[in-house]
Design a protein around this ligand. Structure first.
Ligand code: LER
Ligand code: MN
Length: 273
């Protein structure tokens, strides 16, 4: 069964970014519970920002799961990514992702590599960047296996990276890897920009789909833009996707309304039977 999730950002520097709740994790969990969400997805400033014991209590009190944890603060705060020309900086990027895997893993939650994939440029050409990224995914994907969780890799649109923009690109990146523990994040906002047919791309990616960012064409909450969810939901069901549809959307017009809008759209499409 596909379950609902909502994002919480704890990163001040990410202000204006596509997150529903901000800064107050206990408050976000209470609202998520009252609206009937199954889980929260956290975007933390680092691996030590949230006390694991307190988080476990908070999740238990509110009957919530942790759906995923983002690694992007490594980029937003420290300008680290996996394709930097400098070996030591690249190692730091990899270590920061490893630390998030170690934080999220005991909760049964995967870490997400989105903006931390980086880009190619003057100093690192495209084949070299793809090689660096593949090496990192081999290592980090295997690292995640000890927690029995995948590592989630997110294709992001051309305005945010020049590396892996579509689910097809993602399938081409992951298929040759030795590790089979890396899955793709289908972010419906990025897909609306990059895919020819989002439902067809989901069907083609099949079992490689490991997480979904449930959001509309304009990054507003699902139902406030022009994405047609019916064929997308049918495709997710057809490929046997059974993880989370997580609201990574602008807190438009405000966090509580964005969360309510999301869960209403979620119920309309994912709980229609
Ligand atoms: C992160 O999940 C994402 O979708 C990116 O657009 C953030 O840079
Ligand atoms: Mn996303």
């Amino acid at each position: 069964m596909i379950r609902s999730s909502v994002t919480v950002s704890l990163v001040r520097e990410a202000k204006g970014g596509p997150f529903v709740f901000w800064h107050d994790l206990p408050g976000a969990c209470r609202t998520a519970r009252s609206l009937g969400f199954d889980a929260v997805e956290i975007f933390p400033p680092g691996p030590d920002a949230v006390n694991p014991k307190e988080l476990r209590e908070l999740l238990n009190e509110n009957g919530l799961a942790l759906s995923a944890v983002g690694t992007g603060a490594g980029w937003v705060r420290h300008k680290l990514h996996l394709c930097l020309p400098d070996d030591a900086a690249r190692d730091k990027a990899r270590d920061s992702i490893r630390a998030i895997i170690d934080f999220a893993g005991p909760f049964g939650a995967p870490a997400i590599i989105g903006s931390m994939q980086g880009r190619h440029g003057d100093e690192v050409d495209q084949p070299t960047a793809l090689g660096l990224l593949s090496d990192a995914l081999e290592d980090l994907g295997e690292h995640a296996r000890q927690y029995n969780v995948p590592l989630i890799f997110e294709p992001i649109n051309r305005y945010e990276s020049n590396l892996i923009n579509s689910l097809d690109d993602g399938v081409r990146l992951l298929s040759p890897l030795s590790t089979k523990n890396v899955r793709l994040l289908a972010d419906l906002f990025h897909m609306n920009i990059e895919e020819v047919d989002s439902a067809a791309s989901l069907r083609a990616a099949g079992k490689l789909v490991g997480h979904v960012h449930f959001v509309d064409s304009n990054r507003r909450p699902a139902g406030m833009g022009h994405i047609d969810y019916a064929p997308i939901v049918t495709a997710l069901e057809a490929i046997g996707y059974d993880r989370f549809a997580s609201a990574e959307a602008l807190s438009y017009p405000d966090p509580d309304s964005a969360a309510r809008q999301t869960i209403e759209t979620f119920r309309r499409y994912f709980r229609r039977k």
